[in-house]
Design a protein around this ligand. Structure first.
Ligand code: PHE
Ligand code: ZN
Length: 880
């Protein structure tokens, strides 16, 4: 049973399923090479699909990939061969009655499954991944989210797998006659096959409990291999916070008696929200102060919450079809972002999310894979777990929240959950619930779901002193994207405020408001404010109220003024970013023209003020001191000149480091308090600024600075400080010393998978250290594993996605290397191959020389033989 040839699927072709599956009973007899799967399905004609005319019953289609069909019976009788037909991608069955039961036996080989989709082995433990279309690699089934069924799962396994898990509640367990273990699980909530999960292994667990708002006790269990049992606490605490938060903020209570999380080392994504049995990439759940950085602690908190929140936004109310993926992902990302904002610093969380959006989502939306948040078509759905679906989708939900207000948004979400509980629905249903609950009109707003591309807003202003009137004129346009030449004006909420010359907020209306939301709905619109007694400085798009590029001709002085006085913390940071972007773009121009580069005095002055102000939130200061990444600069410009970007950035950072060394040092010393590690917002902020200062200090390459890094490294207090010191030594210190330090670090941590991943990533993404030769050495290292996505992401991804300097080596060797890895990976794991090819897909944006090199690398992939559907879609769309 091979997969079907890549074909395009269209939203417009959606049809309700012909048949429904009321009950699904599965029995797994586990074996690495020969797992037997018995499925017993109670099937009935879908009344919604049933034609009123007396047509005969249409065939039943069951998806199936890489399965060996052993037998198939209907209502207890083996089906004769003429009743069914095996085809690429599945099985077609002739139907003779509107209700019947099927019993299907298949054989699969989890050990040979390197795609990590379906049932596979990770370090000897069985686990599943079924979203989006992995269940068809387990058994023949209508593997689509609008077929929802009640599942009962029996697992039979040898005694060396004492832990046998599936969705729902454990209803039976025992041993078979031949001494194997048998456990049965029943999930009372009807669900689509993509939420099915099974785990079997020799696992330990930590247990806790949570009492829900109505007083029900829920058992919480987190399963890992024995060696990781000490790394579960933070995830457990995060889970309990998330459960409480969802009750308080959304009125959502957990519904089963048990909630389980399992950590696995081999996983394509971050984590998966299977009903009652979330499965996590171990890097996204396991942490201890000694082994995990602050960033990891925060990532874990948000992903644990994200998966938990899916229990309502995703599982209780799920997607009708995969075009609606953002229905659950956009909403859930918005929910987890608000949760993290409530748990930590709201402004910092927003800055991090916006940085990701501007860097990577904007680039995606300007490239060959650009697609609307609700796509019209796809070849391989795995390619659509994108920043657009997730992050831009979350921005759409955030805009609805901004437009309606918090209370109205909550009314809308209550209605949405109430109306659609137990159903598979669409993005449209979500918007309608928001409208109906509030009598609101989101007609034009809907275009955000169907129109791709990043809108650009140009702003001009005018002050009329005589009339005391100030007006802002906003013009919007969205550049064409593949398959969408014409763009319509969107409903864009633009939050703003006005600053007076003393930095105070001006009053905007008769109610005394000092901020407001402009509703831009036309191509061009002017908004006028009365009784404005002085020419104000506008603070625009506060909190990044819409995912757009906003242009306004701020001067350097105005940006410095906003950096200090804007009431909106996000916009203070953004002013600093704009200042840095302007500076870096003129430095790039000077570099290209062969001129000497100007000292970035405006930035140096601005940073100097920041470093001396101990009143400001250190986390915010750290964010302001971080220059935009090379990737972000690449997205900003019209044509990417990799060498100019690297030169401009290096020069600016170097100049800042040298000019402000005493300030960096003073701040470093003040912040270097030796306290026991705690992952609290305050402590994370302190360490963040401290390590930003350390990096700048080490950029000077001065002995005393590097000695600080060494001392911090040797103190070995927590992984945040240790890895920051190590990164600084590797990037800026002498090579021999770096080699030795890396070596001893590896010896200390070689047993710890997560730390080894950090160790790989730190080297491959280092601008100075992570040469292609080094990357090849890392791939030959015994701890590297091509079949483990985390290792591939750390080494190959670190190099191709986070090492702008080495990856874009002028000889094109980086591109050729990536092409080789993509070709090799496609045979093992198409999803990973397809994600890794991303940097090559943007070839059109580079200068002619690099564009040619990247194009030929892509072409070589395309000509390398038969590609997976995943990779084929990416490569063919990029070459088109
Ligand atoms: N649905 C998962 C999430 O976002 C992501 C995922 C998709 C995981 C596909 C695995 C496979 O929470
Ligand atoms: Zn999700």
């Amino acid at each position: 049973m091979k997969d079907a040839k890549p074909q395009t699927v269209y939203l417009n072709d959606y049809q309700a399923p012909e048949y429904l599956v009321d009950r699904t009973e599965l029995t797994f007899d586990l074996d690495p090479q020969s797992t037997l799967v018995k499925s017993h399905l109670k099937i009935r004609r879908n009344p919604v699909a049933a034609d009123s005319g007396g047509r005969s019953l249409p065939p039943l289609w069951l998806d199936g990939v890489d399965l060996e069909l052993l037998s198939i019976a209907e209502d207890g009788e083996l089906l004769p061969a003429q009743r069914y037909q095996e085809e690429p991608g599945g099985l077609s069955l002739t139907v003779t009655k509107p209700e019947f039961e099927l019993e299907i036996q298949t054989r699969i080989a989890p050990e040979s499954n390197t795609s990590l989709e379906g049932l596979y082995l990770s370090n000897g433990m069985y686990c599943t991944q079924c979203e989006a279309e992995g269940f068809r690699k387990i058994t023949f089934y209508p593997d689509r989210p609008d077929v929802m069924s009640v599942f009962t799962t029996t697992i039979v396994a040898p005694a060396k797998y004492p832990v046998l898990l599936s969705n729902g509640n454990k209803v039976d367990s025992g041993t078979t006659d031949d001494g194997r273990l048998r456990v049965t699980w029943e999930d009372p909530f009807a669900k689509p096959s993509y939420l099915f999960a099974l785990v079997a292994g020799d696992l330990q667990y930590v247990e806790d409990s949570f009492t829900t708002s109505t007083g029900r006790a829920v058992t919480l269990q987190l399963f890992t291999e024995a060696r990781n049992i000490g790394k579960c606490e933070h995830a457990m605490v995060s889970l309990k916070h998330a459960m409480r938060w969802d009750e308080v903020v959304y009125g959502r209570e957990y519904d089963l008696d048990i909630f389980m999380i399992v950590a696995v080392d081999h996983f394509n994504m971050g984590a998966m929200e299977n009903k009652g049995l979330n499965i996590f990439n171990s890097a996204c759940v396991l942490a201890s102060p000694e082994t995990a950085t602050d960033a990891a602690f925060q990532r874990i908190e948000s992903i644990v919450a994200h998966e938990y929140f899916h229990n309502w936004s995703g599982n209780r109310v799920t997607c009708r079809d995969w075009f609606q993926l953002s229905l659950k992902e956009g909403f859930t990302v918005f929910r987890d972002a608000e949760f993290s904002a409530d748990m930590n610093s709201r402004a910092v969380k927003r800055i991090e999310d916006v940085t990701l959006l501007r860097t990577a989502q904007f680039a995606e939306d300007a490239g060959p894979m650009s697609h609307p948040v609700r796509p019209d078509s796809y070849m391989e759905i795995s390619n659509f777990y994108t920043l657009t679906i997730y992050e831009k989708g979350a921005e759409i939900v955030r805009m609805i929240h901004t437009i309606l207000g918090a209370d109205a948004f909550r009314r809308g979400s209550d209605l949405y959950f109430q109306r659609h509980d137990g159903c598979a629905v669409t993005c449209e249903d979500f918007v309608v619930a928001m409208e109906d609950a509030n009598g609101a009109d989101l007609k034009q707003f809907r275009r955000w779901y169907s129109q791709a591309g990043t809108p650009i807003i140009e702003v001009e202003d005018e002050y009329d002193a005589e009339r005391a009137q100030y007006s802002l004129t906003l013009r919007q346009r969205t550049p064409a994207t593949p398959g969408q030449e014409e763009k319509l004006p969107l409903h864009i909420p633009v939050a703003i405020g006005l600053l007076g010359a003393d930095g105070k907020a001006l009053v905007l209306d008769k109610f005394g408001s000092t901020d407001t939301v402009l509703h831009l709905t036309e191509e061009s619109q002017t908004f006028t404010f009365q009784d404005i007694d002085e020419r104000p400085l506008p603070s625009l798009l506060r909190g990044f109220s819409a995912p757009v590029k906003l242009r306004y001709g701020y001067t350097g002085e105005q940006l410095q003024f906003l950096m200090q006085h804007d009431a909106d913390a996000f916009n203070r940071w953004d002013a600093c970013q704009r200042l840095a972007l302007n500076t870096l773009s003129s430095l790039q121009g000077q570099y290209r023209a062969g001129e000497t580069l100007d000292t970035p005095s405006a930035l140096i002055d601005g940073f100097s003020v920041l470093l001396q102000n101990s009143e400001l939130d250190p986390a915010l200061v750290a964010k302001m001191l971080a220059l935009p990444s090379a990737q972000e600069l690449a997205e900003q410009g019209d044509e990417i000149d990799a060498a100019a970007i690297v030169a401009a950035r290096d020069f600016a950072r170097q100049s800042i480091a040298v000019a402000l060394k005493p300030l960096f040092l003073a701040r470093y010393q003040a912040l270097d308090q030796r306290k026991p590690y705690r992952p609290t917002a305050d402590d994370i902020a302190r360490r963040g600024l401290k390590n930003t200062c350390l990096a700048y200090l080490c950029m000077t390459q001065d002995q005393d600075a590097l000695a600080l890094a060494r001392t911090q490294f040797e103190r070995d207090e927590n992984m945040t400080d240790v890895s920051a010191a190590l990164a600084a030594m590797v990037e800026y210190g002498p090579k021999d010393a770096a080699e030795q330090t890396l070596e001893s670090f590896y010896r200390q941590w070689q047993q710890d998978t997560q730390v080894v991943e950090t160790w790989f990533g730190l080297q491959s993404s280092s601008a100075g250290f992570g040469t292609l030769d080094r990357v090849r050495e890392l791939m030959a290292h015994p701890a590297f594993e091509m079949k483990n996505p985390n290792k591939v992401r750390a080494v190959v991804g670190g190099f191709a996605m986070r090492n702008f300097n080495q990856f874009h080596h002028e000889d094109g060797s980086g591109y050729e290397f990536l092409a080789d890895q993509v070709i090799a990976l496609d045979k093992l794991n198409p999803q990973i191959a397809s994600r890794l090819v991303t940097p090559l897909t943007r070839w059109k944006k580079y200068r002619k020389h690099e564009a040619g090199q990247i194009h030929s690398a892509l072409k070589r992939i395309s000509d390398s033989g038969e590609l997976s559907a995943d990779l084929y879609e990416m490569v063919s769309k990029s070459l088109a």
